[in-house]
Design a protein around this ligand. Structure first.
Ligand SMILES: Cc1cc2nc3c(=O)[nH]c(=O)nc-3n(C[C@H](O)[C@H](O)[C@H](O)COP(=O)(O)OP(=O)(O)OC[C@H]3O[C@@H](n4cnc5c(N)ncnc54)[C@H](O)[C@@H]3O)c2cc1C
Length: 454
């Protein structure tokens, strides 16, 4: 009988396991997780009446994978408040509202008139060399102009990847955008055509802002982890750090800190640096390749403060900061304005991200320096003068895998090498998309394939 071992119980590993158990309840399944708590980058901290997300904040409901899984687990989603549609970008040290529609874009002060005209001219720019693995910066400057890149696209790279747009690959990070240029020749023309087609069907077409509504759960993202853990209780072994993987007589031997386990199938669901260590002694080619994925450190600094002392009621999603603004933080999310139940009545909760690919060293600063920097930056940008009533810091030494130029080739090589080993699979956020929706979707697809004997 098949015995499947999943290494890593982040949401990729948990979602894969849940679906595999659904498709093949007769198979033996074991999930090995290094930490005592599963969930990986989905971790909610409840402290002094505040609900702080250490990592994942929510998922967009325009891709169904995570919410469909949640529904099957019997969970009730929590939609973000309407206020969260107001997103801000820092321009010359001030918060400016990000336009969320074509008409708002035309009147927005975020770009100069010249910058706005350059964006409109995108409709007439010919297709580029689509075979090239372009950086996000090269693509955006070529199609939308330098100003739009700096003010609109650069903060997007920060918001999703905490990345460096002069290194991130457009094709790997935003494959849909690459596809639109390929199909329609222009992003603006693509948007107009899709809007027209949607209108004909009586539907609303895509807008300028991020599609979909950010969604979480009343008790935060850990609600999803807890529900998966409950269903997988008999399969999950926590505190089991995998050290080595050995192919032996047609089976896999998994060496953990605690014991040796044998399996017919192995699914690697831990981050690339740990996968590289696991592969090191017996699968050196995979080890060398996995080692090349870069994960910058990030610190997530949560400030809670009485609104009376703050002197305002937070109204919006928060703000992102383009790299050229040269700030020491990546941006802040106004969690108590985005979702209900994030702060006690009369309090605000603000989560600020520090570090990332452009300033990794800042993500490693000691607590006191981080708090001072965040307080100074928030004082300057949003008039956050008083000292916070509540502070919590979460740290990720290896946060988000960077899909830099060359990542497509990396995925191709990885897939080619793993195919050479029977029943060895890699299913984690360092391939196929970093968003939770992509992770859950890819995990479900792989579970289906494995169940069918692929
Ligand atoms: C600060 C931050 C904010 C984010 N916000 C969002 C968001 O709002 N929305 C969104 O869609 N995405 C967000 N993401 C991305 C998203 O969190 C991840 O892509 C997704 O959760 C990754 O899940 P995963 O299971 O692939 O990896 P991980 O969550 O990294 O899980 C890997 C697991 O493997 C375990 N492990 C490691 N080594 C071993 C070993 N040797 N043996 C056994 N187990 C091991 C780890 O302990 C961990 O539990 C965010 C990421 C970060 C860092």
């Amino acid at each position: 009988m098949a015995k499947v071992a999943v290494i890593g119980a982040g949401l990729s590993g948990l979602a894969f396991s849940w679906y595999l158990k659904k498709f093949r309840p007769d198979w033996e399944l074991i999930i090995l997780e290094k930490e005592l708590q599963p969930g990986g980058k989905a971790k909610t901290i409840y402290k002094d009446g505040f609900l702080c997300e250490a990592g994942v904040n929510g998922v967009l409901d325009n891709k169904p994978s995570t919410l469909s899984l949640a529904k099957q687990l019997g969970l009730k989603p929590l939609k973000s408040n309407d206020a969260s549609r107001k997103r801000f970008v820092v321009k010359d040290g001030k918060l400016v509202r990000m336009p969320d529609s074509g008409s708002a874009f035309l009147t927005s002060s975020l770009l100069s008139i010249k910058g706005r005209l350059r964006v409109i001219a995108e409709a007439f720019i010919p297709k580029g060399d689509l075979s090239k693995d372009e950086t996000l910066e090269e693509f955006a400057c070529r199609r939308l102009g330098e100003e739009a890149f700096k003010r609109l696209i650069d903060p997007m790279a920060t918001g999703i990847y905490a990345g460096d747009p002069s290194k991130l690959s457009l094709k790997s990070c935003f494959p849909r955008i690459h596809q639109l240029e390929k199909e329609y020749g222009s992003l603006i023309r693509a948007m107009l055509k899709m809007q027209l087609a949607a209108k004909k069907k009586g539907k609303k077409g895509p807008g300028a802002g991020p599609g979909g509504t950010l969604t979480s759960f009343d008790n935060g993202m850990s609600e999803l982890v807890d529900a998966l853990q409950k269903d997988l209780f008999n399969n999950l072994k926590v505190g089991y750090e995998v050290k080595e993987l050995i192919r032996d007589k047609g089976k896999w031997r998994i060496i953990t800190k605690n014991e040796e386990i044998e399996a017919t199938h192995v699914v690697i669901s831990c981050p690339a640096p740990q996968a590289s260590d696991i592969f090191k002694s017996h699968l050196p080619e995979l080890s060398e390749l996995s080692k090349t994925v870069y994960y910058p450190p990030i610190a997530v600094v949560s400030f809670g403060i009485q609104e009376k002392r703050l002197g305002k009621h937070l109204d919006g999603f928060g703000f992102l900061i383009p790299g050229p603004e040269k700030r020491r933080i990546l941006g802040s999310l106004w969690d108590s304005s985005i979702f209900k139940y994030r702060a006690p009545e009369g309090y605000a909760l603000i989560r600020t991200l520090v570090g990332g690919a452009r300033a990794p060293i800042l993500g490693l600063l000691p607590d006191d320096q981080l708090i001072k920097i965040v307080h100074e930056e928030l004082s300057d940008l949003m008039d956050f003068k008083p000292w916070p009533d509540f502070v919590h810091i979460s740290r990720w030494h290896e946060s988000i895998p960077q899909y830099n130029v060359g990542h497509l080739e990396f995925e191709r090589k990885l897939s080619w090498i793993t195919r050479g080993y029977k029943h060895l699979y890699i299913r984690a956020n360092w391939i196929g998309g970093v968003s939770l929706n992509d992770c859950v979707m890819n995990s479900q697809i792989l579970a289906e394939q494995v169940a069918k004997g692929y």
